[in-house]
Design a protein around this ligand. Structure first.
Ligand code: COA
Ligand code: AMP
Length: 637
């Protein structure tokens, strides 16, 4: 063993109790744990059992008590409406304690759920922390989802209260949130007792008497609420993510293990010091937003940034550079798609010359595979280390990363470097045997997972086991495929399920197929993710119509595009579909989605041995050519 990374990684796997027990000293406990790792009921591992803690206390109050009262906790910047705000830790404590009082006054108690459907405003962070303060369980729903997706989450989580706003600013558009919320509550079978609405000047919101209350009015008369001690193993939040069906998976995170792991990552993966400005340019509705806009930077006493803009168009491709120079941002974390968007609009990064980028020390990328081109473009222009790291909603923090605070390794473009401490990552083939270095297979993690990862799926323990723990007994299935090279560098190449990654957003093609199949004229359908230079992937639909349909094809295509937008939301970015005579299938009836994707992407492919009728591929190709996807295929019988 030759370096600090090897030592840390080895110790984290051979003596996890000592490793994480030590890391837990950085958190304030009302009562320390009886056991660091409770492995009595696998695969339901629990961390820090017997411990009592409060996440909001550790993220806010403790910094006020320890000399950070006047330090900025949140810097808010909404470029299109021109609003900027600085919130100190003392102010954040006051806001959070009062909003916890508001929630308590509306009946929220420890263990109750609070749904937060908010744009990127500081009040979204306040609502999350206030929920944590009460020991309640928040579930943030991304604003780009449609009312019916919100309704599904309302039914599953069963919230006492929903916190929302009159509108969000999305690019140059004002998106009214309240009508979407009203519609979602109408659709849902579970009805929340109350909603709290932040009324913004950009859009009116009509409040329903008895159910809806106004954020400002409630805050004006609120009694501050203190932090409620909860068990380390009590849930802090549920975050829904795409599964393989229209029913999203409610990933459950605990309080104790989550804090310990995230606090540890700030020093060891990100190499950030308390007091520094850390910006994750994402959205609170995604896991990156939960972990690295809200919890990790605040637990570490950093200043976090809430940005209600885009990398381009608000107003231009210099937006990120302005933020870095204006707020003296030392660490930036975003998805590669944001850099592809900047690169597209300003290929030579000429706008950089207008700003002082000297505060920036490092750029982290995650959310999708970092294509080497984009990564090298960022290195060349920013002249700072660019670190790719791999993680998932389920894991809450990086499975693989170049640990900049432990032992930085040379970068290999296309790899998120090595397994982070706590993670025993392996590659298994279909027969569950270990793959040799360089040989591709399923990326799996030997159990137990480290602290901060998913405890279970909300109300769905069996689905948790079936989805992640069943296929490879003793391992967590990441559903990513890839390989590990002879130096231990991990390469994440693709998903093994129907999840696609559109502009860093995780979407299920299965869920889109469910929507398409509900159209009255559609007999059969398939959705695949095709390559897109900016967003990474885009969904493409194939429809087979029912016999006797006389409606124009154009009309049907318009209707299905509108249907996906209405049922899943604009974030699905479902804009293209084509009508085909038949879908290619295996003799056993399985749709050959992979082959269709390869034809659309001009990739060579091997004729599937089990294909029922190879002639269908010719038809598919002709249809795709007509909508701008051409062919370059090599058939090998
Ligand atoms: N509320 C309402 N609508 C939203 C929304 C929100 N919070 N977020 C996105 N949408 C809408 C967009 O307006 C767009 O609608 P349109 O079809 O009417 O144009 C649609 O959903 C698709 O959005 P998006 O995929 O974000 O595409 P875009 O072209 O607007 O922006 C990027 C593309 C790359 C600039 C943007 O996705 C981005 O900055 N991504 C990188 C950062 C990130 O968020 N990563 C997530 C995980 S780290
Ligand atoms: P999400 O749950 O939205 O964070 O999406 C997780 C998925 O995004 C992973 O399972 C991967 O498929 C993909 N992903 C995230 N980060 C990376 C990365 N650094 N390299 C390759 N794929 C990634």
């Amino acid at each position: 063993m030759s370096n600090a990374y090897d030592l840390a990684h080895h110790r984290s796997l051979t003596d996890p109790a000592a490793f994480w027990g030590e890391a837990a000293q950085d958190i304030s406990w009302y009562k320390t744990w009886d056991k660091v790792l409770d492995d009595s009921n696998p695969p339901f591992y629990r961390w820090f059992t017997g411990g009592l803690v409060n996440t909001c206390y550790n993220a806010v109050d403790r910094h006020v008590e320890n000399g950070r009262a006047d330090q900025a906790a949140i810097l808010y910047d909404s470029p299109v409406i021109g609003v900027k705000r600085k919130i100190t830790y003392a102010e954040l404590k006051d806001l959070t304690a009062r909003f916890a009082g508001v929630l308590a006054g509306l009946g929220v108690k420890k263990g109750d759920r609070v749904i937060i459907y908010m744009p990127m405003v500081p009040e979204a962070v306040v609502a999350m922390l206030a929920s944590a303060r009460l020991g309640a369980v928040h579930s943030v729903v991304f604003g780009g989802f449609a009312a019916s997706e919100l309704a599904t989450r309302i039914n599953d989580a069963g919230p006492t209260v929903i916190v929302s706003a009159s509108c969000g600013i999305e690019g140059q558009k004002v998106i009214p949130y309240k009508p979407l919320l009203d519609h979602a509550i109408e659709l849902a079978t579970h009805k929340p007792a109350h909603t709290v609405i932040l009324r913004r000047p950009e859009a009116e919101a009509v409040l329903i008497p008895g159910r809806d209350v106004d954020w400002e009015e409630q805050m004006a008369g609120a009694t501050p609420h203190d932090c409620v001690p909860v068990a380390a193993t009590d849930p802090l939040y549920i975050l829904y993510t795409s599964g393989t069906t229209g029913q999203p998976k409610g990933v459950v995170r605990d309080n104790g293990g989550h804090m310990v792991a995230l606090k540890w990552t700030m020093a060891n993966i990100y190499n950030v010091k308390p007091g520094e400005v850390y910006w994750a340019a994402s959205d609170v509705g995604w896991v990156v937003g939960h972990s690295y806009i809200v919890y990790a930077p605040l637990l570490h006493g950093c200043t976090t940034v809430v940005y209600e803009g885009k990398p381009v168009g608000t107003p231009d491709a210099g937006a990120f550079w302005r933020m870095i120079s204006e707020y003296r941002i030392g660490t930036l974390f975003t998805a590669p798609t944001a850099f592809r968007a900047i690169k597209r609009d300003d290929p030579d990064a000429t706008l950089l010359a207008e700003y002082d980028l000297s505060p920036l020390k490092i750029l982290f990328l995650a959310g999708e595979r970092s294509d080497p081109d984009t990564l090298q473009w960022a290195e060349r222009h920013l002249k700072v280390p660019v670190v790719d790291h791999w993680w998932q909603t389920e894991t809450g923090w990086a499975i693989a990363a170049n640990c900049m605070g432990i032992h930085p390794f040379p970068v290999k473009h296309g790899s998120p470097t090595k397994a982070a401490p706590g993670w025993d990552v392996q590659v298994l083939d279909e027969g569950h045997h270990s793959c040799k270095p360089g040989q591709a297979g399923s990326l799996v993690v030997k159990l137990p997972l480290p602290p901060g990862t998913l405890m279970t799926l909300w109300n769905a323990d069996q689905r948790f086991v079936d989805s992640y723990m069943y296929e490879f007994p003793g391992y967590y299935k990441t559903a990513d495929a890839g390989y590990i090279d002879e130096d231990g560098y991990i390469y994440v190449m693709s998903r093994t399920d129907d999840i696609i990654n559109v502009a860093g957003h995780r979407l299920s093609t299965g869920a889109m197929e469910e929507v398409l199949a509900s159209h009255p004229d559609v007999a059969e359908c398939a959705v695949v993710g095709v390559h897109d230079t900016m967003k990474g992937q885009l969904p493409l639909g194939f429809l087979v119509l029912k016999a006797g349909v006389t409606k124009s094809h154009d009309q049907i295509l318009k209707e299905v595009v509108a249907l996906v937008r209405e049922r899943i939301g604009p974030v699905a970015a479902f804009k293209t579909a084509t009508i085909v005579k038949r879908l290619p299938k295996t003799r056993s009836g399985k749709i050959l989605r992979g082959t269709m994707q390869k034809i659309a992407d001009h990739e060579t492919f091997k004729m599937p041995a089990t294909i029922d009728d190879p002639a269908i591929l010719e038809e598919i190709e002709e249809d795709l050519t007509q909508i701008g996807y051409a062919r370059a295929r090599e058939q090998q019988a």
